[in-house]
Design a binder for this molecule. Structure first.
Ligand code: CA
Length: 226
């Protein structure tokens, strides 16, 4: 998933960005709300991790602004040193999906992000099932017809994006935004290569090409007789 971190503490920001990237997420990290605001206008994020004490404008004000504008539905997780009960209530009532108090480990943050993604994709189960395919976002494990399948980090990210948006067609640009952050150079045919590999490992039909539009999660029946 593509995550936007807004955190002015350089050590914490760096640690969170590096930790989440290591877990296979695309991450953009900014130190103030204005840059984060510009980033939100330019890419589709799966979640925002928002500090409150930020230079040039409090995180709560940015959250209120996003909820009233174009970024109204992006999941936002507040991560702050403010631990008062009233702060938590205000944060959640301003539109945050979760409220975490520092210090926090990358592992807990990643688990909170998985929970957000699960809710957003309408799934309650921790292991996602689709036909002969099952995907465990916590353990990054994929099985196909009951057999474990090895996927690269990008293939996993692509599969997760398709499964999180089942029933929806994602454009190539949308998928690229979910797989790559702004620091990464991108070959124009990279996405097609990952789609090709997913189909080779999980069956041709698992990714449906919608001509001229993009890709969608397809049938995953494993080639069994109907
Ligand atoms: Ca801060």
């Amino acid at each position: 998933m593509r995550v936007l971190i807004v955190e002015d503490d350089p050590l914490l920001g760096e640690a969170l960005a590096a930790g989440l990237r290591q877990l296979g997420h695309a991450v953009d990290w900014f130190r103030d709300g204005a840059r984060a605001d510009a980033a939100l206008a330019g890419a589709e994020y799966d979640a925002v991790v928002l500090d409150l004490g930020l230079p040039g404008g409090d995180g709560m004000q940015w959250l209120a602004r996003w909820r009233g504008g174009a970024a109204h539905d992006v999941p936002v997780l507040i991560l702050t040193a403010r631990d008062g009960v009233q702060d938590r209530i205000t944060g959640l009532d301003t539109g945050a999906d979760d409220y975490l108090v520092k210090p926090i480990t990358v592992d807990e943050l990643a688990a909170r992000l998985r929970a957000l993604l699960r809710r957003r994709s309408g799934r309650a189960q921790v292991v996602w099932q689709h036909g002969a395919l099952s995907y465990d976002p916590a353990g990054k494990r994929v099985t196909w017809q009951g057999q474990p399948v090895d996927l690269t980090a990008r293939e996993l990210a692509l599969l997760e994006a398709l499964m999180a948006n089942a029933g929806r067609i994602l454009s190539k640009a949308q998928l690229q935004e979910k797989l790559y952050d702004w620091g990464e150079a991108l070959e124009s045919n990279t996405l097609e290569v990952h789609v090709h590999h997913l189909r080779r490992k999980l069956g041709r039909d698992v990714v449906r090409t919608v001509r001229g539009v993009g890709y969608a999660l397809g049938a995953a029946q494993g080639g069994e007789a109907p």
